[in-house]
Design a protein around this ligand. Structure first.
Ligand SMILES: Cc1cc2nc3c(=O)[nH]c(=O)nc-3n(C[C@H](O)[C@H](O)[C@H](O)COP(=O)(O)OP(=O)(O)OC[C@H]3O[C@@H](n4cnc5c(N)ncnc54)[C@H](O)[C@@H]3O)c2cc1C
Ligand code: FES
Length: 293
């Protein structure tokens, strides 16, 4: 695991905003760009007093020396980063690559499913399976057309792309599970499905493939604290077995995962998270007032 850091931190060299809540940061870190593998993640601190948050490596480019993160502003830290992380600024700390890389195996036909923000972290997996010689079907799900991103990147690395929107404004009207059913109907020889997105979506994907007995891997996102297997914060249940997502995952067999337990644990600190956003918003308001006076 690489923890090297320049005095100034890690420079943000590119930023794109996909919507008013989703943004991409490309960060200069040549060593990590060389070491990263599909399925891995980093832990980021945007400033010295910041919270440590886990983020999936959505892309890595050894030639450019960058790793790419795609972030959804959902709470205090991710909203604060949305405001402060601009080109030329630096992340205070960037630790990784962490987690077990995705097992590419010998699968010959793979379906890579991304839902919403999950479209970004599934990208290196789709590219990795393709480079490994598999036929890759990408299934991308968004609520509506103007939230769609990276369709072109998936078309470059996939043999087939099924775009799904909840409202039918782009691609087929339906959820990614409808896309999976369509792919299974057209390809009875699918070896593996890999799905990343909100837990409820990954659960639906696992239930869709279960009757067909297709191996289905999902990337879990429980609350993480240390990221080293010590604190137990990220424990997930697979049947009767307990695993730690930071060191044993984050990829697990979706047919074994107890998604209801995962979703319950993700809501555990809802009150504290609400209070942190309220405190931070108040600080931003006071700063704006002071600047204006
Ligand atoms: C392996 C892994 C990879 C992830 N990859 C991405 C990614 O690529 N892009 C992205 O936008 N998000 C990703 N997340 C989720 C991201 O870490 C949380 O959205 C972030 O920590 C929220 O912090 P906050 O202060 O903005 O929001 P908060 O208000 O603190 O939390 C909002 C929600 O985020 C989750 N969360 C909060 N703290 C953590 C934590 N320490 N670890 C995990 N989840 C937490 C909880 O579900 C919580 O309800 C990933 C999580 C994991 C475990
Ligand atoms: S985050 Fe502490 S054990 Fe995984």
């Amino acid at each position: 695991m690489l923890q090297t850091q320049t005095e100034a931190g890690f420079e943000i060299v590119r930023r794109e905003d996909f919507s008013d809540v989703t943004y991409l940061l490309a960060v200069r870190h040549p060593l990590m760009a060389r070491a990263a593998k599909p399925g891995q993640f980093v832990i980021v601190m945007s400033h010295p007093e910041g919270e440590r948050i886990p983020l999936t490596i959505a892309d890595f480019d050894a030639a450019e020396g960058t790793v790419t993160l795609v972030i959804q502003a959902v709470g205090k830290t991710t909203r604060e980063m949305q405001q402060t992380c601009t080109i030329g600024t630096h992340l205070h700390a960037l630790v990784g690559p962490m987690g077990v890389p995705t097992h590419m195996g010998r699968a010959k036909k793979v379906v890579c499913v991304g839902g919403g923000l999950g479209v970004a972290p599934i990208f290196p997996q789709a590219r990795g399976f393709k480079q490994n010689g598999a036929k890759v079907i990408g299934i991308l799900g968004f609520r509506t057309k103007n939230l769609v991103f990276w369709e072109d990147r998936f078309r470059d690395v996939c043999d087939e792309v099924i775009l799904c929107t909840d409202d039918g404004s782009a691609g087929i009207k339906g959820f990614v599970s409808d896309g999976i059913r369509q792919a299974i109907a057209a390809h009875p020889d699918i070896d593996e499905v890999v799905a990343i997105g909100p837990p409820i979506m990954m659960k639906a994907c696992a239930e869709t493939t279960r009757p067909f007995g297709i191996r289905t891997m999902v990337s879990l996102n429980p609350i993480m604290v240390d990221g080293t297997g010590m604190c137990g914060g990220c424990r997930v249940k697979l049947g009767d077995v307990v695993k730690f997502a930071c060191v044993d995952g984050p990829d697990f067999d979706g047919h074994l995962v107890d998604f209801d337990d995962l979703m319950l644990r993700l809501r555990r600190y809802a009150e504290e998270e609400k209070a942190a956003v309220a405190r931070w918003s108040e600080t931003c308001r006071m700063r704006a007032l002071l600047a204006a006076s």
